[in-house]
Design a protein around this ligand. Structure first.
Ligand SMILES: Nc1nc2c(ncn2[C@@H]2O[C@H](COP(=O)(O)OP(=O)(O)OP(=O)(O)O)[C@@H](O)[C@H]2O)c(=O)[nH]1
Ligand SMILES: [Mg+2]
Ligand SMILES: [Zn+2]
Ligand SMILES: [Zn+2]
Length: 260
């Protein structure tokens, strides 16, 4: 039985924290999470799943806030540049405050490996067929990662602009990353993600000369669904605009605490 939450044992797949010389041999163990019967077919079942998630989320939030850990949930479609932005953030801004990272992907520990190479500790959560992180998985991830007091915990969600928006993880801030190669209409087509976010990072601005992307249209559409949304264009690759992101992180300009 799981000591964190009393769950049975094997479905949330969390990478064991690798010992320094053993990163290539990271093992996985399977912890049960009880969402498997709820694939959203029945609304009441979905509500049940979300209610259970909320309990874990509030517990995570209490734990994190009690230790002064600023948790940021990074969401985007696959490949928008979450890991690239995190790598640069760790290298350029990680000197001012400790950063640790929970990495969510269906498979592989590739992103956690990239984060470690950038100099931060990371734990990979593999969701298997699942398409989002939930608060239960994050509880186990935190248990293994042990983010230090007064630090930043970045949670890179599974690449998906849809259901990650539904699952509160106990984070303090939600960031959606959209890249210019995806088109300027994403806020119109996936409004819920933009509605729940505190900040929109528009990434890959170095590619603006080569793609059809109307920056002002994208900003206007995003603000239509979420008038309080802050928007920062940047490039994780060239570093352009990253200082504004660091300022945002340092300023605590996001929602004061619970309840998204
Ligand atoms: N030109 C350009 N390419 C970028 C930028 N940011 C990321 N990329 C590239 O986009 C691709 C995906 O970047 P990742 O950082 O892996 O994206 P991700 O959102 O973490 O992807 P998933 O974890 O798979 O969802 C890589 O080839 C990056 O090099 C950017 O600002 N400009
Ligand atoms: Mg990634
Ligand atoms: Zn558990
Ligand atoms: Zn999902």
């Amino acid at each position: 039985m799981c000591t964190t939450c009393g769950c049975g044992s094997d479905e949330v797949r969390i990478e064991k924290t690798p010992v320094p010389d053993d990163q290539a041999h990271a093992h996985y163990h399977h912890l049960h999470h009880d969402e498997s019967g709820a694939h959203g077919r029945i609304v009441s079942l979905e509500q049940d799943v979300l209610a259970k998630n909320q309990l874990f989320a509030e517990r995570n939030r209490g734990w994190l806030e009690g230790r002064g850990v600023l948790a940021v949930n990074m969401m985007s479609s696959p490949g928008a540049g979450k890991t690239t932005i995190l790598e640069r953030t760790i290298r350029e801004w990680g000197g001012s405050i400790p950063i640790s990272v929970l990495e969510g992907d269906q498979a592989t520990s590739a992103d956690a490996d990239r984060i470690r190479a950038a100099g931060a500790s990371a734990v990979q959560i593999n969701t298997g067929t699942g398409c989002h992180l939930d608060a239960h998985m994050v509880a186990h991830g935190i248990e293994r990662l042990k983010p230090p007091r007064d630090s930043v915990l970045m949670i890179e969600n599974v690449g998906n602009l849809v259901c990650p928006a539904l699952f509160d993880l106990g984070e303090r801030a939600r960031v959606v990353v959209a890249s210019v190669t995806e088109g300027d209409d994403k806020p119109l087509k996936y409004p819920h993600m933009f509605r729940v976010a505190d900040l929109l990072l528009i990434n890959k601005i170095d590619l603006l000369p080569y793609v059809q992307f109307d920056m002002e249209r994208c900003k206007a559409l995003a603000r239509e669904v979420n008038p309080r949304l802050e928007i920062l264009p940047l490039s994780g690759q060239t570093g352009d605009g990253m200082q504004d992101w660091y300022r945002w992180l340092a300023s605590g300009r996001f929602a004061p605490a619970p309840g998204h």
